[in-house]
Structure formats: C-alpha cells, structure tokens
Design a protein around this ligand. Structure first.
Ligand SMILES: CC(C)(COP(=O)(O)OP(=O)(O)OC[C@H]1O[C@@H](n2cnc3c(N)ncnc32)[C@H](O)[C@@H]1OP(=O)(O)O)[C@@H](O)C(=O)NCCC(=O)NCCS
Length: 252
C-alpha cells in the first residue's frame, strides 16, 4: 500500500482570522502599509532577506538567516500555524515580521526585520504583530525574545515585558519574556498606531508587487582588511569573497 508521506510531514494549520491591513504616516511623511503576506510571496521575500545574511551589524546576519529558514519552512508547509506580515512604503519592502500560534491562547513571536532604518518601522511592525495576537486572535499572551540589544530595547524595555524564564522560547531555547493583554493595553496609546481601512489604491499598490528595499542595511566597509592580511596587502581576496557572496545573494 502506497503511503503518502507528504500527508505525514505536512502539519495542518488551524483556521485563524486574517490580519486586517492598516496604514500610518511615518516621521519622513511617507505612508507605511502593514498587511499579511501570502505563501506565494515567499520567493520574493527570500530574495530581499538573503543579502542581509552577510550583514553582521546589529545581528542582521543571525536574524536574516533565521527568518529565511522560517519563510522556507512556511513555504514548504513545515511550520505549524505561522503567519507573516509585511510593511511596505509605496510597494517597497520596509520590514518583515512573523510569528505563530502555540495554542488558541498563546502566541509565539518569531522575528522582526527592518529593511529601512531610523523611522521606527521595525517597532511599528512589531506592534502590528502583537495586535494580531492579542486583538485579532484573542490570545492572552505572546512569548518574545530578543537577539539584539536594539530588539531588547524595543520590546523588553519599551513594553516592560514580563519574565517567563521557566519557559524556553522556540528561538534557541532561551528564557522567554511575555507580552500579556494587560501590558499591551498599557502600551496601546503610545506604541500602537495605524488606521483602517487602508484606502483601496494604497492597498492595491501594496498587493501589486513587493518591491526591493531602496536602502537596505549593508555590511560596513572593512577598511582594515588590507592591514590584517599578511599575504594580501591590498585586501583583494576579501573583496573577491564579498563579491562572490553578493552575487550568490542576488541569485538566491
Ligand atoms: C530591531 C529592529 C527591528 C528595530 O527596528 P526599528 O524600530 O525600525 O529601529 P531602527 O533599527 O531603525 O533603529 C534603532 C536605533 O538605531 C538607530 N539607527 C541604527 N541604524 C540607523 C540608521 N542607519 N539610520 C538611522 N538610525 C539608525 C536609530 O536611531 C534607533 O535609535 P533609537 O532606538 O534611539 O530610536 C531593527 O533594528 C532590526 O531589524 N535589527 C536587526 C534584526 C533584529 O535585531 N531584529 C530583532 C530581533 S529581537
């Protein structure tokens, strides 16, 4: 008897209500739309996440590598109950956030990746994801961890998250923090912004295409490379290696 192995490997997602898109005006005067992404959009997202795997600054490398794996896991039906939200400015990808539901009452925040810096776009996208768990899915709490000091400042300190150190987080088994409904309500007026419904033309633009980030984080210039390379005083080997990495990211 033939066994359909795919049926065994593929988890069955619970039916959750979708995230209702919202929009807001940024300090730059630009309009940010935050909406739920679809599985079909994963290959496009992967293209824009891949180059960040080589950006060591602010832990973009670690977070991008994990986001890449989580997006692939979702695309190939190897993650249970995962969702992905994207933040876009005029179609351009500005941030990706994702998470999943552990139970009907508990959410797990996975990652926040800002592709445009200095406008709190990551903070707005994180707030949207918390809004999804608490307001739309009606969960009591969301487990959160930070991989970077900026993340710690944005989530643990700004929201005053509660310690749940006896609960290992899915990201590396490290001790969790929790955003409860009560904490979210307290932060709401200060940290959660956005209007609904999104005007039709704005939403249509966002759905039309996920355009590449116009000013994504890039690796810093390695100005000391030549002085460190004993047999390569011009740093050529390092530059060639960087080019090869950039090319493979472009092809990803
Ligand atoms: C954490 C993260 C999502 C926060 O995004 P954000 O809210 O849009 O904030 P930014 O990253 O733009 O800015 C964070 C701080 O660095 C400063 N900053 C860093 N690089 C900057 C740049 N190129 N331009 C302007 N400001 C910059 C900002 O002024 C800001 O300072 P503030 O906290 O006093 O406001 C984002 O930094 C990110 O994606 N980091 C890499 C991945 C990561 O760590 N994710 C979270 C895992 S827990």
């Amino acid at each position: 008897m033939a066994v359909d192995l795919e049926k065994i490997l593929r988890p069955v997602d619970h039916p959750y209500p979708p995230y209702p898109a919202k929009y807001m005006t940024l300090a730059s005067g630009e309009t940010l739309v935050i909406r739920q992404a679809t599985r079909d959009e994963v290959p496009t997202l992967l293209k824009h996440v891949a180059p960040l795997v080589f950006v060591e600054r602010d832990y973009y490398d670690l977070v991008a590598a994990r986001v890449y794996a989580e997006l692939l896991g979702w695309y190939h039906y190897r993650m249970q109950d995962e969702y992905v939200l994207v933040a876009q400015i005029d179609g351009e990808l500005a941030a990706i956030v994702n998470g999943r539901s552990v139970t009907g009452k508990q959410g797990m925040s996975l990652h926040t990746l800002a592709m445009r810096r200095g406008l709190r776009i990551g903070a707005h996208a994180f707030a949207a994801k918390m809004e999804y768990h608490i307001d739309i899915l009606g969960q009591d709490e969301v487990l959160v961890v930070a991989e970077s000091p900026i993340g710690f400042r944005r989530w643990m300190i700004e929201y005053q998250l509660e310690e749940r150190f006896d609960t290992p987080h899915e990201l590396g088994g490290v001790p969790s923090y929790a955003l409860t409904k009560e904490l979210f309500d307290r932060a709401r007026s200060k940290l959660v912004v956005g209007r609904r419904p999104v005007p039709e033309d704005l939403l249509a633009k966002a759905h039309e295409a996920i355009l590449p980030p116009s000013d994504p984080p890039t690796p810093p210039a390695d100005l000391l490379a030549a002085t460190r390379a004993k047999y390569d005083l011009t740093g050529t080997a390092l530059i060639l290696q960087r080019w090869a990495q950039d090319r493979s990211a472009d092809d990803a």
